[in-house]
Design a protein around this ligand. Sequence first.
Ligand SMILES: Nc1nc2c(c(=O)[nH]1)N[C@H]1C(S)=C(S)[C@@H](COP(=O)(O)OP(=O)(O)OC[C@H]3O[C@@H](n4cnc5c(=O)[nH]c(N)nc54)[C@H](O)[C@@H]3O)O[C@H]1N2
Ligand SMILES: Nc1nc2c(c(=O)[nH]1)N[C@H]1C(S)=C(S)[C@@H](COP(=O)(O)OP(=O)(O)OC[C@H]3O[C@@H](n4cnc5c(=O)[nH]c(N)nc54)[C@H](O)[C@@H]3O)O[C@H]1N2
Ligand SMILES: [Mo]
Length: 670
Amino acid sequence: MITTVEDGRAIRVQGDPDHPFTAGFLCAKVNRYLERTYHPDRLLHPLKRVGKKGRGEFERVSWHEALHDIGTRLRAIADGPHGPQAILPYSYCGTMGMLQGQSVDRRFFHALGASKLDRTICSTAGAWGMRMTVGASIGADAEGIPSSDLVVLWGTNTLTSNPHLWPFVRQARAKGARVLCIDPIRTRTADQCDEWIPIRPGTDAALALAMMHVIFADGLQDDDYIARYTLGAEQLRLRAQEYPPERVASLTGLGEDRIVALAREYGGAKAAFLRINYGLQRHGGGAMAVRTIACLPAVTGHWRRPGGGVQLSTSANFKYNTAALERPALSPEVRTINMIRLGEALTRTDAGVGGPPVQALVVYNSNPAAVAPDRNRVLTGLRREDLFTVVLEHFQTDTVDFADYVLPATTQLEHWDVHFAYGHHYATLNRPAIAPLGECKPNTQIFRELAAHTGLRDAAFSDDDDALLRQALQTTDPKMATVTYDALMAHGWVRLNVPTPYLPYAEGGFPTPSGKCEFYSARMESMLLDPLPAFTPPHEFPEEVPELAARFPITLISSPRHQFLNSTFVNIASLRRDAEPEVTLHPTDAAPRDIADGATVVIFNDRGAFSAVARVSESVRPGVAWAPSVWWGKLTSDHHNANETTSQRTTDMGGGPVFYDNLVEIAPAG
Ligand SMILES: Nc1nc2c(c(=O)[nH]1)N[C@H]1C(S)=C(S)[C@@H](COP(=O)(O)OP(=O)(O)OC[C@H]3O[C@@H](n4cnc5c(=O)[nH]c(N)nc54)[C@H](O)[C@@H]3O)O[C@H]1N2
Ligand SMILES: Nc1nc2c(c(=O)[nH]1)N[C@H]1C(S)=C(S)[C@@H](COP(=O)(O)OP(=O)(O)OC[C@H]3O[C@@H](n4cnc5c(=O)[nH]c(N)nc54)[C@H](O)[C@@H]3O)O[C@H]1N2
Ligand SMILES: [Mo]
């Protein structure tokens, strides 16, 4: 991103036209980054609560007063009867920068001896699925897509969540590749594809196994690749026999012919690119779904050729020195709390995981009062008068309304950082373009100062951001050889030391214990899991929970709205467009409920409820509803959002969230 500055004020942001992946365009949201940065609601100085929790009533205080009081309170809790584990940090991806997201903050909580946070809310299920199969979150290079003869967008809304991929897809298509989209919703992405495959939520592993069934039956597999580079092929073949298309048709809700045709098209392709993404792993069996799909390119040998393979993420190629940044050795042995169980951690005396109650919560880079599942429980916890809550933020979010202290943070235009990527292979420097607005400070600086006020004297707190940047780059990993301080300073971005396109597994070399693609996983067996790919039903799969499904027959998917970034940008008028939350449902679900297009409806289950304007359309499959998210509760007419209905249950591996594994009922409001 290139920022033009005039008289100290940023006046324009644009994509870097020289960047091989982003090619000069910004997404719909970041195009509005100036409107967001200079927004009249930006938090510009520290605030202290004066009203009741949740009311969002604050008075301005000095940095010294805020930091001194916070430091004193945290020190008292740390020295109190429950010890420092009663303090919980809570952060995720407000910024994904290495400095502002995982450096001095981590040192601070480690040195304090606070509880650790398992940062699971997005991608851990899929990451585990990849790790157990190909060995890491390392997959095919999207820059190879123009050489693909088949592109499958699987559980991803590319045009919304990953628009920079699309030009590569178009190039492949111009050369004759077909483009398919596997999604329960006919998203704007599915609309642009050659075919929409409207799968039932949470059944992707069954589909992938049926594809293998047909591929093996028709002899479309690559026996040479399988023999050289995979483990457990014979067991996989037997397992796939358990998934004939006629059985899988009823699980996935797809026609038997459609499944067979898909399998033959995939098996017959030379270099199919499977762009799987995080949508499909937000179900009880999410890790197994990713693992099962990740077997496909090894069965067919597509890894050998540019444009072939599967990509969930490229992130594991980026080996910044996280240990140097985070300094884990500063931490004593402490408990870890899974972030998606925040509601439980704040409302149970044993923090829901054993150990002391949570007495202090320090939130940064996250808006849990909007994004965390089981929102009612989260808000109940945040309302506790005996909970001391500090939030570092840009805006007065739902979470900030519950803070005792609010500390104003800088945006990406105002601070230093360095970033990894998860869809491409370029490292990026974030150079500040303007001075911090008002009294805002970078997270790094806030935690450095907070350390002093909390009585933490370790030398780790004297590193400035330049020193941190240099530490992040201290690595001998060969892929990082090009990512030097000087190269970043000179160009702003640099490709990892990998070829273009990068073919990670063309000749095996999987970073698994066996060095092979593990169709059979001894590690999973030792974790008492099925060592072979399998269909693992969602927690709330109607066939498995008939009584629940009788009361709540519709599966709700609350994936991102095009103009929002999770709960970021929701307060930007030009992106919110004064719209109301919406929910799309199929005419066959709307009719018996007397729901007309445009009517206000309530979406509910035993966990909670929220209202939305109904859209009746065939763009969702029957039995599925879509509520584009993640709204700030306080910016809706009923002050609720979709996470009132989502659960704190976790995925089969990785402890991930199950946002889309969520049965609800929908009724006209009133
Ligand atoms: N505009 C925008 N861009 C974003 C974000 C944003 O909020 N807004 N968020 C960013 C972040 S943090 C992330 S993690 C990514 C998320 O982006 P993606 O990885 O693309 O994931 P989602 O948008 O959660 O879901 C993608 C699609 O999966 C579908 N889906 C749901 N369940 C299933 C299933 O069981 N099977 C299949 N096949 N499909 C299913 C949904 O209907 C949805 O259309 O996007 C990033 N980019
Ligand atoms: N129902 C439902 N729930 C979801 C999702 C969904 O699709 N549906 N998506 C899930 C996913 S994939 C994810 S990744 C999570 C994301 O959840 P979060 O990580 O909480 O992400 P955001 O909602 O974008 O909120 C990030 C906050 O960080 C702030 N911020 C940004 N930069 C900085 C900074 O430099 N310093 C400080 N102090 N603050 C900063 C922003 O102002 C913003 O309020 O939500 C999850 N929750
Ligand atoms: Mo995410």
